[in-house]
Design a protein around this ligand. Structure first.
Ligand code: FAD
Length: 509
């Protein structure tokens, strides 16, 4: 059956969806992206290609979170655009956030999906997602758990193969503190320290634009519209999506509409289309098509603070690649058997400074997104809710103490001179609590704002295939439909979800 499909948002999920859905010749696929479309690597801005840089400096939506940062002058600058403001970085370009991100390709774990099935999403069990995690990757590690030959190439820096001495010393220090050191942090057991698996090839970030859309560009049934903002979706009287309306008023008729505008963009498009919390829609005089209280709620993100150390420039030597290793550990301590809820990732970009970003990957805090106007160009109100929950703060403080022990140990002695932030004077729980509340930032992994779940579940917006409850022909597939946040960076999980949903959607069954 010939179908006109419009995919709204060309990011991590949208790139995968457009490429996979256009493999079916009967589908005519239009991908609409608000940012610029770069068709080839030659056209692409260098900072989007170079996996050692972050592309958000040039291709970002410039959103801010309403989270309060107290007394922000004293905290490190990294990731903070303006003092006192927590940015909500989101790529605005073809490939979306996968074009601007850190290319950290840590995969989600069986425990992550046990939480999803525990929330009633039985079809998202580990054994049913693993085939799609394997399908997307080309990981030389191979074996039962890994795919080879998929679109996204995976690389690690290892001893004797690019691992910098300071990173190697970090792994040794982790081992001394009782953490297992692993060669494959995407393997069966992830607790411990090891080289980060990256979606990069020869230094080039493997975004969805490069890895998925690149090879699909010549298909006659795929059109990519860059620099076009989706305003809203239009419906027939009996609740079937029939067109996508762009910011300039253009209507794209469709048999199937897939929103993949991300954790901020997708709930915003739904709200402008009359799908969302009734009170908000009424306040903005938007006719209610479907009242769904969960739209924009259930936002989950990983909070992060940037421990900062003065280091010996000469001993550290070459600064790039800035990030090579990760420690995944429990706030309850090494050897406690507690769940992995923290990541520490030493990072060097500036001479004489080493950051050790500490991220809480099992947060309890919740945030939200709401549109502030019917205007598609108006920034939504975003509150990430970082560290609102006291137990999130407590576990961050416990994490700082453990990182301090590792950074202060023998293997790193010749590199590290002094702690600059929070600083040696911050010793008590009260000092460290104040410090994390002042220094809180984001690991940039917001998800969950159009969560999947059974119809009638308070937060649920879509069903397990991404179909919006109560409407036909409208799906959401991206980070926003995660019911809970995985304890890893989110890009690979998003791509896996898009692979899986595309498999179901491509033939219309
Ligand atoms: C700075 C940064 C660093 C990160 N680092 C990592 C990392 O190292 N590893 C990792 O796993 N994850 C990382 N992440 C998170 C990861 O990249 C995201 O979770 C993932 O890319 C989200 O995919 P998505 O498809 O949901 O959204 P996105 O990739 O953000 O795509 C949404 C797309 O929709 C477009 N869009 C939005 N609204 C509209 C509209 N109205 N009309 C048209 N287009 C629209 C956007 O421009 C964008 O292209 C990082 C994120 C950021 C921002």
């Amino acid at each position: 059956m010939a179908r006109r499909i419009v995919v709204c948002g060309g990011g991590s999920a949208g790139g995968v969806l457009a490429a996979r859905l256009s493999e079916e010749p009967a589908n005519t696929v239009t991908l609409v992206e608000a940012g610029p479309d770069y068709r080839t690597p030659e056209e692409t801005a260098p900072e989007l290609l170079d996996a050692n840089q972050f592309g958000f400096t040039t291709h970002d939506w410039a959103y801010e979170s309403a989270d309060q940062v107290v007394d922000a002058d004293s905290i490190p600058m990294f990731g903070i655009v303006e003092q006192g403001v927590v940015p909500v970085l989101r790529g605005k370009v073809i490939g979306g956030s996968s074009s601007v991100n850190g290319a950290n390709a840590l995969r989600p774990t069986p425990e992550d999906f046990a939480r999803w099935t525990g929330l009633g999403n039985d079809r998202w069990s580990w054994d049913r997602v693993l085939p799609y995690l394997k399908k997307l990757e080309d990981d030389p590690v191979g074996g039962e758990l890994h795919g080879t030959g998929g679109p996204v190439h995976i690389e690690r820096f290892t001893e004797g193969d690019g691992l910098r001495p300071v990173m190697s010393a970090f792994l040794e220090a982790c081992a001394q503190a009782g953490h297992p050191v692993r060669q494959d942090m995407n393997g069966a057991d992830r607790r411990g320290a090891g080289p980060v698996p990256f979606n990069r090839k020869d230094g080039i970030r493997q975004s969805s634009a490069l890895a998925y859309l690149g090879p699909a560009r010549d298909r006659a049934n795929l059109t990519v519209l860059g620099e076009q903002t989706v305003d809203r979706v239009e419906f027939t009287d009996d609740g079937r999506a029939r067109a996508v309306v762009l910011g300039d008023g253009t209507r794209l008729e469709a048999d199937l509409v897939v929103l993949s505008a991300g954790a901020v963009g997708s709930p915003a498009v739904l709200m402008r289309s009359g799908i969302g919390p009734r009170r908000l829609l009424e306040e903005l005089s938007i006719p209610v098509i479907q009242a769904l209280e969960g739209v924009g709620r259930n936002l989950r993100d990983h909070p992060m603070v940037y421990l900062t150390y003065a280091v010996d420039e000469e001993a550290v030597g070459e600064l790039l690649p800035p990030l090579q290793t990760v420690l995944a550990f429990s706030s309850a301590g090494a050897g406690s058997g507690g769940e992995v809820d923290l990541h520490a990732l030493p990072f060097t970009m500036e001479p004489g400074v080493m950051l050790v970003p500490l991220g809480l990957v099992r947060p309890y805090s919740l945030g939200r997104v709401e549109i502030s106007s019917r205007d598609p160009e108006a920034a939504p109100r975003i509150r990430l809710g970082l560290l609102d929950h006291p137990d999130d703060v407590r576990r961050m403080v416990a994490g700082i103490r453990q990182v301090r022990q590792i950074i202060g140990s023998g293997p790193l002695e010749k590199y590290v001179r002094a702690e600059q932030w929070p600083g040696p004077e911050a010793t008590t729980d009260a000092d460290l609590t104040r410090a994390v509340l002042q220094g809180k930032n984001t690991y940039c992994h917001a998800v969950g704002t159009c969560a999947m779940g059974g119809a009638g579940t308070p937060a649920a917006v879509v069903d397990e295939s991404g179909k919006v409850h109560g409407l036909d022909g409208l799906y959401v597939v991206d980070a926003s439909i995660m019911p809970d946040i995985p304890a890893v960076p989110t890009n690979t999980t998003v791509m896996m979800m898009a692979e899986r949903c595309a498999d179901e959607l491509r033939r219309g069954d």
